[in-house]
Design a protein around this ligand. Structure first.
Ligand code: MLT
Length: 200
């Protein structure tokens, strides 16, 4: 997958950056910098193109996902993380995802499929990736959810459902709501940073 890797302190988690629709592997570097300047960073570009815009999986319409492609891309990304950990010699068991929108949705999908995809995840403006799927045990997984009460793409109930699915699977959740829409706000990045600092 197209990516950028920056080696940091090996005792810190590796931050895996997953952009929103139309973004790339560089987009979330300033966010990673705000969260932890010392951590290794792996920014990844989604392998799917929608009218020239990179994404992590296909969709049929806004908020309506191509489930078959999502499942395929979920495995592809999980396998890629294992490969990258080998190539760049970082600890596969100490990976924290930072995803925004489409990138947060695939990060959530990895957690809906695998118990060990991430040690933790920061999901900015994410939604339920798949319905009717039994989640693995996510005991020990720490998740921060940042969401906007006025997000025109993601109804608040959808994010609530995501939180409840992950909690039922055993993950430990912290949710931070703003009055904003779909855009990423500085206040939620700051809240994510506080969450992260308690974790490491
Ligand atoms: C998605 O397709 O993942 C969501 O609709 C969010 C986005 O627009 O990327």
């Amino acid at each position: 997958m197209n990516h950028i890797f920056k080696k940091g302190n090996p005792d810190k988690p590796t931050l895996v950056l997953l952009h929103g629709t139309g973004g790339n592997e560089h987009d979330l570097l300033p966010i990673a910098e705000m969260i932890d300047q010392e951590a290794s960073v792996l920014g990844i570009r989604g392998n799917v193109l929608e009218n020239g815009m990179p994404r992590f999986f296909k969709r049929l319409a806004e908020g309506v996902f191509d489930e078959e492609d999502l499942k395929f891309r979920t495995k592809e990304l999980n396998d890629y993380l294992t490969q990258a950990a080998d190539d760049y010699e970082f600890d596969r068991e100490n990976v924290i995802a930072i995803g925004y929108s489409n990138g947060a949705n695939i990060a959530a999908s990895l957690m809906y499929h695998y118990n060990d995809a991430f040690k933790g995840a920061i999901l900015f403006h994410a939604m339920v990736p798949l319905k009717n799927i039994e989640l693995p045990s996510l005991k020990g997984t720490e998740v921060f959810v940042g969401a906007g009460k006025n997000d025109p793409i993601i109804p608040a109930e959808n994010t609530q459902q995501l939180i409840s699915d992950l909690e039922k699977a055993g993950a430990h959740l912290e949710a931070f709501w703003t009055n904003a829409g779909h855009q990423l706000t500085r206040e939620e990045v700051e809240a994510a940073k506080e969450w992260y600092q308690k974790l490491v």
